[in-house]
Design a protein around this ligand. Structure first.
Ligand code: 5GP
Length: 217
């Protein structure tokens, strides 16, 4: 009687570095087999423990620029001053077409490019409870030099300043609460009336008519 949009939900998650986006996304994927995470390409250095093709596709600047020229990216941006980050196009488009939901964990510039192409995508911003807390999380992570941390804080300001471009904001003050909220947002989004592809009103009317006739007997 009611058929929902068979295309996947396109979910964009942004937020300052160190806010916990990665952990939230990993949990969503673990709990929702239909959600796939898009692996981005980047020119930044590989961190200890990161695996090519799992965390990122690590490319040289030349290779990245070649892929830009070939139109291989759905969006790309220079993040943290001087490194390219981009979303490979073919994986995302084919997964959405196959009915899978896709998560992109990208910066505001990338999110705005996606919004132009996919105005109906779901844009979620993850906020730290305080800037002090963000600082202590980033220092605890210990993956960046002081110089790189400065870039990350400058970027954090730019990102928070554009929060009105997103549909939802979730404060990550408690990881489990934040995960539950993002999951609830996704679940609600899937129930939107605008995702109905087919609603056979004639059948509904006929069935109701038959019931009324029966009740009146
Ligand atoms: P990190 O270097 O800490 O892994 O990531 C830095 C930031 O780059 C992340 O916070 C994320 O917002 C952004 N980022 C990661 N992948 C992409 C991408 O494919 N496109 C864009 N525009 N930004 C990305």
């Amino acid at each position: 009687m009611i058929k929902l949009d068979s295309k996947g939900l396109f979910i964009i998650i942004s937020g300052p570095s160190g806010v916990g986006k990665g952990t939230i996304c990993q949990s969503l994927i673990a709990n929702n087999p239909q959600i796939k995470l898009s692996v981005s390409a980047t020119t930044r250095e590989k961190r200890k423990g990161e695996i090519n093709g799992v965390n990122y596709y690590f490319l040289t600047k030349e290779a990245f620029e070649k892929d830009i020229a070939k139109g291989e990216f759905l969006e790309y941006a220079i993040v943290h001053n001087n490194e390219y980050y981009g979303t490979p196009k073919s994986f995302v488009l084919s997964e959405l077409q196959n009915g899978h939901d896709i998560i992109l964990e990208i910066d505001i510039n990338g999110a705005l490019q996606i919004k132009k192409q996919f105005p109906n995508a779901l844009f979620i911003f993850i906020m730290p409870p305080t800037i002090e807390e963000l600082k202590s999380r980033l220092l605890k992570r210990g993956t960046e030099s002081k110089e790189k941390l400065v870039d990350r804080f400058k970027n954090a300001y730019k990102e928070i300043n554009e929060i009105d471009k997103y549909n939802y904001v979730v404060v990550n003050d408690d990881l489990n609460h934040a995960i539950k909220k993002v999951q609830a947002i996704i679940d609600a989004e899937k129930c939107k009336v605008s995702r109905i592809e087919e609603l056979d009103l004639n059948t509904v009317e006929e069935e109701i008519h038959e019931i009324i006739v029966e009740l009146k007997k």
